[in-house]
Design a protein around this ligand. Structure first.
Ligand code: GDP
Ligand code: IMO
Ligand code: MG
Length: 430
């Protein structure tokens, strides 16, 4: 049984917590897209980990963790993360596998990310400035450098010299020395090479012997390069299609898809967010939800649950179920709103518009739902949730058309309700 766990909103839904929680039922955990723009928080062994490139299964011994060809890898960021988790007692050894076809983020990509944002001015994306977009640009333009290229010094030199010259033309200086870049890459290869292999072949063999695999998405459906709120998106396919292209596995290898969604909505960076709360309530959600970027520390924009957006994620990804996270953050609010449709120039819209200007012009249409007075924080059994919280969850299930198979009531592994009898119950079998 192989499942994909991915973001059903604008990222930061709590994928890290859910993937870590489910990992004991799997043998392999794979990242298929994105890079160290991701920040997946996991609380384990009494401390906090923010995983960026390493799959969120890494904290469980014996699990193989895969970085697929669809991921863009910054070697320095990867090593820093490996050092960080190793220092915390996590043994990596041969548990890590990196695709030879994954593209590299090189020093000029970070510069070009910053430059591109500066040049866009008012129209900036609000990227994480990790060089993600420019690395994917080089990939699509067929001039990128892949992990496997590090083994071929001569071809690597040619590619790096060519790309650094292009960088110099764009930036307008010659401060970047291609020889330094090459030396760094040589050192990176020495450290990385034992982990590098043909990921598609590895996964085919793993499947052949029945090892269950989890595919971990980064970012979220509304940040997907094709299906998100373009151009305010990331540069990869965070949706389920990315699993196949980002790892070299066939669609039939995916037996189920679990979407992760917060009980409200957040977004970091620019772009429309119809249910955004800019006043007191927005601050209240930001404070109680600790909504500050795991990677950049930027305050996240907060708003009510947008069921139009989540329903869209259900359609695009064929979600079987949702993991509904951060329900506890709504504790104590007398009244909650759920955005069930949009209103645009007097007309009602029940589906996500494809055009960002149109989305920006949409007003949310809300349904009011009663809040609850006793806390859900730390509740581990569905029956123990306050009646109003259960009604809220049921209503979200009704509007989105999928069951909330998991409900998260805190950042710790234990603060989780796993719904018995849900379609996804088989994924959690002990
Ligand atoms: P990811 O990128 O999807 O993995 O999510 P992030 O780690 O960026 O952001 C989610 C944040 O919410 C992290 O700080 C988690 O520790 C925290 N979190 C996850 N689930 C819950 C929950 O149910 N309740 C609360 N209060 N915090 C949670
Ligand atoms: P996880 O995996 C939330 C956002 C950035 C920006 C846009 C493009 O932790 O959910 P990029 O650097 O990717 O070119 O930035 O995408 N973004 C995220 N927002 N969570 C993430 O990852 C994100 N990764 C990128 O804020 O708006
Ligand atoms: Mg995150």
């Amino acid at each position: 049984m192989n499942i994909a766990v991915l973001g059903a909103q604008w990222g930061d839904e709590g994928k890290g917590k859910i993937v870590d929680l489910l990992t004991p039922n799997f043998s392999v955990v794979c990242r298929y897209q994105g890079g160290h723009n991701a920040g997946h928080t996991v609380y384990a062994n009494g401390r906090k980990f923010v995983l960026r490139l390493l799959p969120s299964g890494i904290l469980h011994d014996g699990i193989t963790c895969v970085i697929g060809n669809g991921v863009v890898v910054d070697p320095q960021a990867l090593f820093a993360e490996i050092d960080e988790v190793s220092a915390a007692g996590v043994r990596i050894g041969d548990r890590l596998i990196i695709s030879d076809k994954a593209h590299l983020i090189l020093p000029y990509h970070r510069e070009l990310d910053l430059l591109s944002e500066a040049r866009r001015g008012e129209r900036k994306i609000g990227t994480t400035s990790r060089g993600i977009g420019p690395a994917y640009e080089d990939k699509i333009a067929r001039r990128g450098v892949r992990v496997g290229d590090l083994a071929n010094r001569e071809a690597l030199r040619e590619a790096v010299e060519h790309n650094v010259a292009a960088r110099n033309r764009i930036i307008g200086d010659t401060t970047m020395d291609p020889r330094r870049v090459l030396d760094e890459l040589q050192a990176a290869w020495e450290r990385m090479s034992p982990w590098v292999t043909d990921v598609s072949l590895f996964l085919a063999r793993a499947r052949a012997v029945g090892r269950p695999i989890m595919f971990e998405g980064a970012q979220g459906t509304l940040l997907d390069i094709d299906h998100g709120t373009y151009p305010y998106v990331t540069s990869s396919n965070a949706t389920v299609g990315g699993v196949c292209t980002g790892l070299g596995v066939p669609p039939r290898a995916i037996d189920g898809v679990l979407g992760v969604a917060k009980a409200y909505t957040t977004r970091v960076g620019e772009g429309p967010l119809p249910s955004e709360l800019t006043g007191e309530l927005g601050n209240r959600l930001r404070e109680s939800g600790q909504e500050f970027g795991a990677v950049t520390g930027r305050p996240r924009r907060c708003g009510w649950y947008d069921a139009v957006a989540v329903r869209y994620a259900v359609r695009i990804n064929g979600l079987d179920a949702l993991a509904l996270t951060k329900l506890d953050v709504l504790d104590g609010l007398p009244e909650l709103q759920v955005c069930t449709s949009y209103r645009i120039r007097g007309a009602s819209l029940t589906e996500m518009p494809g055009d960002v200007a149109q989305l920006a012009a949409c007003e949310p249409v809300y349904e009011t739902i009663a809040g609850w007075t006793s806390p859900t924080a730390g509740v581990r059994r569905y029956e123990e949730l306050p009646r109003e919280a259960r009604a809220y969850v049921s209503r979200l299930e009704e509007i989105t058309g999928v069951p909330a198979a998991i409900i998260s009531t805190g950042s710790a592994r234990e603060d989780t309700i796993i719904r018995q009898g849900s379609v996804a119950a088989k994924w959690f079998a002990p």
